[in-house]
Design a protein. Structure first.
Length: 379
């Protein structure tokens, strides 16, 4: 057992596991339905899991980052669905680390209680059609005219957009020395000029909904800004990428453990004869999951401790590479044993492969920077 896990966390993990088995694993339609499972979402709220990281004064549980990672791992391992937990995790990160940290007192008082209950859902809109999320190519703008910001532009591939009640939207508010300066705006779904586009049909990570929004001269006062004017990309967008990568290590570990469970189940039901090689390969896979779990817990505790931890991005990079290597070893095991894969196994394998590849280019850039630093340091 990882030393980071206290008795209280063990009890909480068991609570999450029971929830996942009862409400997620029992739903065999989650990977095929086009409708979002609001019953599960509302039940998460009723069991205080939607406001897990939100302070108690706003109706949440006030849990730390480690508890959120532990919950994400347990929900995927026992529920067998990575997409449902992805939507839940995005809601956790945005509520706790952006509305709570960068929202003003009115924004916190207005939105956090509903976000905690799960009666409102939060989404962040950065990426744009044909350009992705690179700040150099983003075009959505917010012009200040007579004391009001006029937002115009389009966002796409927004996680939870089709079900969101509230959007954090990035827009250009200035340009200094040919460098775009971004601000983040908090927009309720019913803001005049905001249109939610149809969901994007993706063959993975269901039932997590993805979609886009169109902004046609949305007029907002300065009170809609979240964080500092002109520095949202540095303050919010970049930390969000690192936070998402870190928090998803828990669900990744849960998905990989689920894969192992299903492999062992198939070996037993299909009468595979146990050999030393099979034992060795399964032991290798389990060791990787144990290692990833400890890495996920340590990365979460770095967030809880605050401050700058230069090793944190490296943990995420290595964990991502480990997850890719894990899938390669899974294929080798299947080839050697000749196991017939079940639909649930293929589904969670595909979801995990797709999730690991999200923002792969950003991860590659970070890895190259580490290497460049070493070369420059030794010159």
């Amino acid at each position: 057992m990882a030393t980071a896990i206290t008795d209280n966390l063990l009890v909480f993990r068991d609570q999450c596991a029971r929830f996942a088995r009862q409400y997620i694993a029992s739903r065999h339609d989650l990977t095929t339905t086009s409708k979002f499972p609001w019953d599960i979402w509302r039940q998460l709220g009723r069991e205080n899991l939607m406001g897990l990281g939100i302070p108690e004064e706003f109706g949440g549980m006030g849990a730390d980052a480690l508890a959120i990672v532990v919950a994400g791992e347990a929900l995927v391992h026992n529920g067998g669905n990575l997409g449902m937990v992805l939507s839940w995790m995005i809601h956790q990160i945005l509520s706790r680390f952006f509305i709570m940290q960068y929202g003003n007192s009115i924004q916190r008082q207005t939105y956090l209680p509903d976000l905690s209950r799960g009666t409102k859902t939060l989404s962040m809109a950065i990426s744009e059609p044909k350009t992705g999320a690179h700040p150099k190519y983003l075009q959505t703008s917010a012009r200040l005219i007579d004391g009001e910001f006029h937002l115009t532009g389009e966002k796409t591939y927004v996680t939870n957009a089709p079900i969101a009640d509230l959007f954090i939207v990035f827009a250009i508010t200035a340009c200094e020395a040919h460098r775009k300066r971004f601000s983040a705006f908090l927009l309720p779904r019913d803001t005049p000029g905001l249109f939610v586009s149809d969901p994007i049909e993706l063959p993975f990570l269901r039932p997590s909904p993805h979609g886009g929004i169109v902004l046609k001269d949305c007029r907002l006062g300065t009170e809609a800004i979240i964080g500092q004017t002109g520095s949202a990309y540095e303050e919010i967008a970049l930390p969000f990428r690192q936070l998402e990568d870190t928090f998803m290590l828990g669900p990744f570990a849960g998905a990989m453990q689920r894969q192992i469970d299903l492999l062992v189940q198939c070996c037993n039901t299909q009468g595979v004869t146990t050999t030393e090689k099979i034992e060795f390969q399964l032991g290798d896979l389990q060791a990787m999951v144990h290692s990833l779990r400890i890495m996920a817990y340590e990365a979460a505790m770095m967030i809880d401790r605050g401050g700058n931890h230069p090793e944190s991005p490296s943990i995420v990079l290595y964990a991502r590479n480990m997850a890719v290597d894990f899938q390669s070893k899974i294929k080798d095991f299947l080839s050697f044993t000749g196991l017939k894969r079940e639909a649930l196994f293929d589904q969670i394998t595909n979801d995990l492969a797709q999730a690991v590849m999200i923002a792969r280019n950003v991860a590659d850039i970070k890895q190259k920077k580490l290497g460049k630093f070493l070369l420059d340091f030794t010159q």
